[in-house]
Ligand binder design. Sequence first.
Ligand SMILES: [Ca+2]
Ligand SMILES: [Ca+2]
Length: 229
Amino acid sequence: MGCSVSKKKKKKKKKNAMRLPGYEDPDLLASVTPFTVAEVEALYELFKKLSSSIIDDGLIHKEEFQLALFRNRNRRNLFADRIFDVFDVKRNGVIEFGEFVRSLGVFHPSAPVDDNKIKFAFKLYDLRQTGFIEREELYDLRQTGFIEREEMWDIVCIPTEVMVYKAFVEADSKSEGKINIDEWTDFVSLNPSLIKNMTLPYLKLVYIGSYNVIMGNILISYILDRDQL
Ligand SMILES: [Ca+2]
Ligand SMILES: [Ca+2]
């Protein structure tokens, strides 16, 4: 009897431990993202690691995010800040598990190039959150290396100023000096390579055991350009 109570308590304790703030059921998350239940569970292991690196509270704080990306909790850059903000859908200053999985789902290779992905990229590129992509933002993205020169417009080694000019000639159809979401949607449909960075081809190739390593690499190599930061 005593043994059975103790087992029950243990079970309850384990269940409560799983219910950290922002925790969502893997079945639910798998139903709304391209991930399988097993992949969501593997992502939870990675999430636990990232969210406990400074404060073990089941939430990824900005400093933990910076630590994961740069191995330095105090190192920042504008684009990393923006990624954090876009992941933090509820805008409460921390990334919860549900936000983490839903946001990474956009990068899954099976995720369609749909409104969701196009809007996600728009939000990322709108570094200063003005509701438009402006010249200086494209300039900064190019400088961080996020926009690969050979992937954009098939022109290698053009100076950033020229790249930005060319982008605006093509995208800014209203000639307002800034790109709105409709212009962006048209532009991306003509230049799908623009959001090529937002897919993670490795995800299809790996198996669960490698997930932590792969996801670490994804966050570092795919979302940000390692050499430039
Ligand atoms: Ca934390
Ligand atoms: Ca949040």
